[in-house]
Design a protein around this ligand. Sequence first.
Ligand code: NOJ
Length: 544
Amino acid sequence: MTSATTPTPRPADDDWWRSAVVYQVYVRSFADANSDGVGDLQGIRQRLPYLRDLGVDALWLTPFYTSPQVDAGYDVADYRNVDPLFGNLTDFDEMITDAHALGLRIIVDMVPNHTSSAHPWFAAALAAGPGSPERERYLFADGKGEQGELPPNDWESIFGGPAWTRVVDGQWYLHLFDPAQPDLNWRHPEVRAEFEDILRFWLDRGVDGFRIDVAHGMIKAEGLPDVGFNSMTTGQRQSELLGKGRLPYFDQDEVHDIYRAWRPILDSYPGGRMAVAEAWAETPQRLARYIGPDELHQAFSFDFLDATWSADSFRKVIDTALAESTIVGAPTTWVLSNHDRQRHVTRYGDGEVGLRRARAAALLMFALPGCAYVYQGEELGLPEVLDLPDELRQDPAFRRTGESRDGCRVPIPWGGELPPYGFGPGGSELSWLPAPATWRSLSVAAQTGISGSTLELYRTALRIRHEHPALAEVGGITWLETEPGVLAFRRVAGDTELTCVVNISGADVTVSGHGRPVVASADLTERGDGHVLPVDAAAWFERR
Ligand code: NOJ
C-alpha cells in the first residue's frame, strides 16, 4: 500500500483549461516500459519530455484502473487502484510528480455509468438475489413474457444486441455496453457517495481533472420505457440516434444533478481542477447544458470531429459551437480524433490526400479559441490501420456488430527499423496490436527535426499558439470574405493579428493582405504580393 504523495503546487492560473491543448494518452498503446507488449504508466513517465517538447499543456489518460480489460479498461473493478498491466499506485505517483515538474497537467478518465461485472458490488448483487439491497445499486429488473423470458424492455447495447442479460435466478440486468459492464443505479445514494469519494481519492493524489465517460448516460428515464424500435424489430440500431435524437437512457435532465454535486468538490481543490464530458445530446444546445460554472468545464465537440471535409460543414459547426460557448461562458472543446473513432487522416480520404487534409485540419483547430484535444499519434499523421487480422481485434463490439475500434489503437511508433518501432525498450518485439510496415517512416525518430514533417508542423503550431498574443485571447473569431470553399478567420489582440486560411476549394488560391506566413501545412509559393495556398492546405499569417 502506498500513500498519496503531496500534490505538487500547480501554477496559479485556475483557468488553464480554457485554452489548453490536451494530449490523449491511450495508455495501452503509448509506450511500454516493461516489454510485455502493452503500454504502461512508467512508459508514459519516460516519454513525458517528448510531450513537453511537443508543446501540449495536459495529458488525458484513458482508464488504467484494475480491470478484466473486456472493454480495454472501461470496465473497472477497482476505481482506487492501478491494473498490474499498467503498473501500480507508486508508478502513478511518480508519473504525476514528473509530469507536474515538467509543467504538464494530468486528467484521468472516470467511468461512472457502469462498473465491471468483476466489481465487488456486482458480485454481491448476484450473490444476494432479487429484491436485495445489493441489487439496488445496479439496474436489475424482471423480464417480460410468461416466464420472464423476454428482456424488460427493447433497449439495445451500444455494442450491439440487447442491453439486458439474464442471470441464473431469472432477473435481468442492464448494460448499455458489454454484458461485462453492468449499469449502475445513479438514483441510489450509495452510488453517488462512492463516486464523490473516488473523485476525492484522485484529486488528493494530485490529478488536475477528469474526463467523464458516457457523461450523458447515468440517469435512465423513470419506468425504463421502450424506445419503440431496435435492430431486431425494424433493423434500425438505436445508437444511430446518438447525437441526433432522444433515447430514454441518455441525456435525461436529472443527470445534471450529479454534476452540480461534483462541481463544488472540484472547486474545493486548488489549481483549477476540471472535468470534460464525453456526452452525446440531441442538439448543441442540450450538449451545452453539461458545461457552465455549476456543472462541468468542457464537453467535447463531436460535431467538429464529424464535420466533413468542406468549408460549409466546418463553418457551420464552428459557428454553432462558438455561439453555445458564449452563452454558457465556457470554452469550446475541439477534437478531431480519439480512441473510439476512425483516425481523421483516413476519414478525410486516407493516403496522401487524407494526410494533407489532416495537417490542414490541425492548423484550423489550433487557431480556434478554446481547448483542443490531440489524440496520440495524430501529431505523426498516423492513419487508421484498416487491415488488422480479425483474430487480433479486441474491441468487444467487433464480435457483436462487425465494427471495431482497434484500427485507431495500434501502438505508437517511436523509432527503429522494425515493428513495433520502439514501442517497448531495447528492441522488444511485442505489441498487443501489430504496427504496419509503412509506419517506419512515420515514427517519432523518423520525423524529429525533419522540416515539413507532421510532427514538426504540430510542434511549430503549438509553439506559436502558446506565444502569439492573438491566439492567447479567449475571445471570438472574425470570419473574412473569401472565395467559395476557403475558410479564413482572424483573431486579434491589440494591434496584433493572426489569420488562419484553409483551402478546401479544390483549386490553388492566392492569399494576400494578411501579413507574413508563420506556419503552413504545405509549401507556400510567393505570387505577386501574396502567397499561393495549395489545395487542402492551411496557413497562418500574422501582422504586428
Ligand atoms: C466511451 C469510451 O470512450 C469507449 O471506449 C467505451 O467503450 C465506452 N465509453 C464504454 O465505457
